[in-house]
Design a protein around this ligand. Sequence first.
Ligand code: BES
Ligand code: ZN
Length: 441
Amino acid sequence: MWRRAFLVVCVTFLAATVAAQEVRSKDGPGKAEVEELAWITVGADAFETLKEHEDAFAASRPLSRFGEVPGVVLTRVRLDDLDAISVVLHEAYRRCPGFVRHWTLADARRALDALAAPPAREPEAYTIDQPQAVARLTAAIEKPQILETIERLSTDFNNRYHLHPSGTAAALWIRDQWLAYAAGRPDVTVELFDHASTDQPSVILTIAGVTIPEEVVVLGGHLDSTSFNGGGTGNPNFIAPGADDDASGIAVLSEVVRVAMVENFHPQRTVSFMAYAAEEVGLWGSDEIAAAYQAAGVDVVAVLQQDMTDYFGSDEDIGLINDHTTPALTAFLGQLLDAYQPDLVWSLTACGYGCSDHASWNDRGFPAAFSFESLFGEHNPEIHTVDDTLATLGNNVDHAAKFTRLAVAFMVEIAKEWFEPDIFADGFESGDTSAWSATVP
Ligand code: BES
Ligand code: ZN
């Protein structure tokens, strides 16, 4: 039954994307749009499947390879065929929509180049040596806080679609929450990131690293939502609660921010929390941010994505996404789970396409990882519907709490806690001596 729902979701997503393309193209449409053509990249397996079904895409026939890197093919199709292509790929691979659309040939080639290129920065060996800091922050996690954030976002802002005023109001609400948590911390900034592609801003909270500020750890999730049966994205009464997708990811981030502030956490490396705009229409917010960071040469050492954290749909507790992610960082997430939540079962799983904001970073050569609520395909069947509510999540955040603990461990172990050097070695004049011991395993 939900298989059919997914087909509708894919198709509706495409309609929304096509309808929104003028908004995206502030610089004017690419040649492909003018000719009603679309550049898409698909898995090499998917390309072979599409070739087999070529007769179904009369307008696009014959499908040609315009570029290729191992595992991915760039092709060009008619806009009119995108829905049918999505249906075939969903049937064959449960991918949704199963391709990534690029606005121009140049964009598509850049994306292929990024996939072919080795990571811009080989991640350094990640280490686990902060058990006391992780324990201290973890003990401060409060499930009611996580629940409250999901509830507020999915009810007070039950339409966070990027084109809707309520989508921008939600961004301002998140900014204000984070500002309140950060009160009294001059080393913490909270800012809106304005986009060229949409009026919905992203929100970025940054804790300045004390000793290695140039190295940045990013934790992100998307603040927008969508729904195929919520009354139409152009409708002022459109409903898209997005409790799991992705209020649950924002709630995890907010709780990590809160405990970092409550526990007076000062990192050695800079830590940035990002609530991305306009993910649901093609990763636009994270794409612009990752591009800006790349252009500015920011040294992002690790990115963790939180998208859908509160639906317990598999035997495994946590799925670690292993496509469009960095193997060494994904392996480190597994080590963090084994070290700090040994009772949890995790497994690798693939989206099959750039399904969330981790891809924006990964595809530009930044180390990225994505912890997900289930194995792909066993996730919340109500996403992108009016029933993606807290009720569907059982009105509790037991599952999201696992992701919050993992995100705390990720932040602490990669950024590492900093303590004021104790110049009085005998300890008589020292500040927080318990804090010193936190660095000793
Ligand atoms: N949270 C979903 C992605 C997702 C769905 C991951 C199901 C794993 C299982 C995300 O918000 C989304 O819908 N992404 C788009 C990506 C596209 C716009 C590039 C999608 O999957 O269609
Ligand atoms: Zn999502």
